[in-house]
Design a protein around this ligand. Sequence first.
Ligand SMILES: Nc1ncnc2c1ncn2[C@@H]1O[C@H](COP(=O)(O)OP(=O)(O)O)[C@@H](O)[C@H]1O
Ligand code: SF4
Ligand SMILES: [Mg+2]
Length: 330
Amino acid sequence: MSEPILRVEDLRVYFYTYAGVVKAVEGVSFEVYSGEVFGLIGETGCGKTVTSRALTRLIPDPGRIEGGRVLFRINSEWVDLLKLPDSELRKIRGSLISYIFQDPSSALDPLYTAGYQVAETIIAHNRVSWKEAWLKAIDALRSVLIPDPEARVKNYPHELSGGMKQRVVIGTSIVNEPKLLIADEPTTNVDVTIQAQIIDLLHQLKNLRRTSIMLITHNMGLIAEMADRVAVMYAGRIAEIANVYTLFEEPLHPYTQGLIRCVPDPTKEIKELYPIPGTVPDLINPPKGCRFWPRCSKAMDICKREVPPRVEVSKGHFVECWLYAGGGHE
Ligand SMILES: Nc1ncnc2c1ncn2[C@@H]1O[C@H](COP(=O)(O)OP(=O)(O)O)[C@@H](O)[C@H]1O
Ligand code: SF4
Ligand SMILES: [Mg+2]
């Protein structure tokens, strides 16, 4: 097993809204290894996007990172991204760590050409001339399989199709050769052909450049095809982490079991995951104890009182559930 490149410990993010404090991310811990695809899956609203954005402190008002550590390895040194000065963090964002956000059109500025936007990202992080950056931008667009990149660099976003825009976004996010690429629902909102091309691109990045990829998705087929390890999120916490085979063959957490059972055909795209009766709880007043208990058919008394601890059931297979923590023997 390769070494970790990212180590997230006890991350907490709250939103201070008029209706109350939304405890969106409540004690999340995981690691991402170098050169792997780490999948993050869970129902809408469970905190995937907030978790991924918090890694580089991209949390909008009224959100606040309440605690935790985000350790990122640069060469052989670990830095806590939550403690880094803004100016240092800006150097990392868009170079060593970069994002592909869900909606490609919002990631591009309508006022600038595709080439300008890619070149600008290069200039922001490298000492190169405008001309060099422009040529590199053309190369980047070629590497994401954009036909005739010399012409496309001169196009404005509205002149490009949805799939082409998504490729420009991907081109922008890999142009500085990130160590960690965070792809938040990269295949949602694009058609099947483009999905396949995006998957190819991610494969290439992983295999040729050994980029670590954090892949956030609803699509179990994509997880099955691409992920090496998977974390299952539920209501602001991580329910289970395992390698992809173990997760599909031996899911332990009742929530994961529900997810896997509800997707007998993992090649099927699912927009929302509603595996188990009930809905994700209100994160302003989440259930005490295990946040899943109101929907869990195996809930015990202790589940309603205390948050289950994380247990490593076998090497690298973690589960947060009282069934595996001696809770059944109280
Ligand atoms: N700007 C915001 N203001 C208030 N609450 C927010 C904001 N952004 C996200 N949240 C809340 O944080 C929770 C997690 O959201 P998110 O990370 O976007 O979920 P996911 O990506 O898993 O669908 C949700 O309950 C959402 O309502
Ligand atoms: S801790 Fe209890 S309520 Fe939560 S998933 Fe496990 S059995 Fe169900
Ligand atoms: Mg999201």
